[in-house]
Write a new protein. Sequence first.
Length: 180
Amino acid sequence: MYGPKGKRYNKAARWISLSLLLSGCVSTSEFDRTYINQNIEAQASFNVGQPTAPGQLTLPQTVNMQDGLSQAEAVSTALFNNAQFQADLMNISIAQADLIDAGQLPNPLLNVIFPTGTDVLKGTLNFSMDVLWQRPNRIKASRLETERTAENLVALGLRLIRDVSLAYIEYTFAQQRAVV
């Protein structure tokens, strides 16, 4: 092993182990709940808020119930408390987990056959090599799916803002008609 042939095997083993270590790095994406919140805030000036316990009403800090409910306060409250929207926001966490899963390598399988009778001790190590060249495509596809999910959630948030604003306007007109 100390001759020229041994050095070649040693160098190859180092390259293989280095490539396996580097290919096991975790992939992340900038498309997360913060990205969704920043896009909604940039387009509509509303904050999405943090996840709350189911069935618990959370009011944003900007909402003051003593002076009545303005349209902006109604929209903020809806973004914080709409159960469907908060459930949909969990999809970004699932997409992030899928991205991490796409970047991970499967565990190798070690089989050992103990000697019985005339058989000798045997062992095999199975590692699926196709994962190494499929991994970049899997990560790329998962990253695109995470981006698609984030953009859909931004669109859902903007739709919720639109729906609550329209409902508030209809409520205001209904009150004015009732007075007339």
